[in-house]
Design a protein around this ligand. Sequence first.
Ligand code: NAI
Length: 286
Amino acid sequence: RGKRAFIAGIADDNGYGWAIAKSLAAAGAEILVGTWVPALNIFETSLRRGKFDDSRVLPDGSLMEITKVYPLDAVFDSPEDVPEDVKTNKRYAGSSKWTVKEVAECVKQDFGTIDILVHSLANGPEVSKPLSETSRKGYLAAVSASSYSFISLLRHFLPIINPGGATISLTYVASERIIPGYGGGMSSAKAALESDTRVLAFEAGRKHKVRVNTISAGPLGSRAAKAIGFIDMMINYSLENAPLQKELYAEEVGNTAAFLASPLASAITGATVYVDNGLNAMGVGV
Ligand code: NAI
């Protein structure tokens, strides 16, 4: 049978999550999606109304099918963690079972097991503030939404990931090189995510024969990136300075994810794989 993938962090057709879903679907995987609760309504409506149909087209001409969309908020592990104001917020009250634990339970109930888990989400409320001006609350929120969310997903999904399965997250080179403008603790959150990729590769590998890798992606004008405010500058910087002076396509990240999730990558785990036209290897801009 084909493989089944759960991709957390899709709310439109512009981001890396969507591109990864397409590459996995093109390779024959069944696609399940976890969508941030406040964005669920518009995403499902747009899907239903055919707004994404042009971008659903796969290389063989067929349209990517999303078998099921689950509401998800990856900063909450179980219902006990949800504060009253969120519970009663009308964007949340309209959906149910969206904590990580509950989503894993629902997927188990609906499908039994999965083979591929993708984490394509991040959030840093103070991302536009320099690190030295970031509040404790903002820093911890960035790490909670962008780093611990992966640990939580892995923790709750690992029991239903088939042996030989793979997990992938998305990171950014700001974890290891200075990228002014990527603030609010987001650089720290990505550093944690990359370190956790190694430790979790050990734990998930030994216990479940599951691989854990992260893709360090170059700049893409996604919704999240536009909210940071400096994405056009980063894209231009990359065009001018990377070894490969070409646009970076989300599809190139998607294809790398499909490779990493496949048996072609059966010996790769704990790795940070750069998909950035080589920009990370430059020491100075020229
Ligand atoms: P995106 O906006 O398509 O994806 C981010 C998603 O995270 C959105 O769908 C948003 O609804 C979701 N999200 C935010 N908080 C959430 C929560 N608490 N629970 C569940 N979902 C939540 O943007 P993009 O850029 O494709 O981001 C995907 C990943 O790629 C992120 O980890 C990002 O840091 C990473 N990345 C992006 C780069 C870029 O230039 N766009 C560069 C390198 C890495």
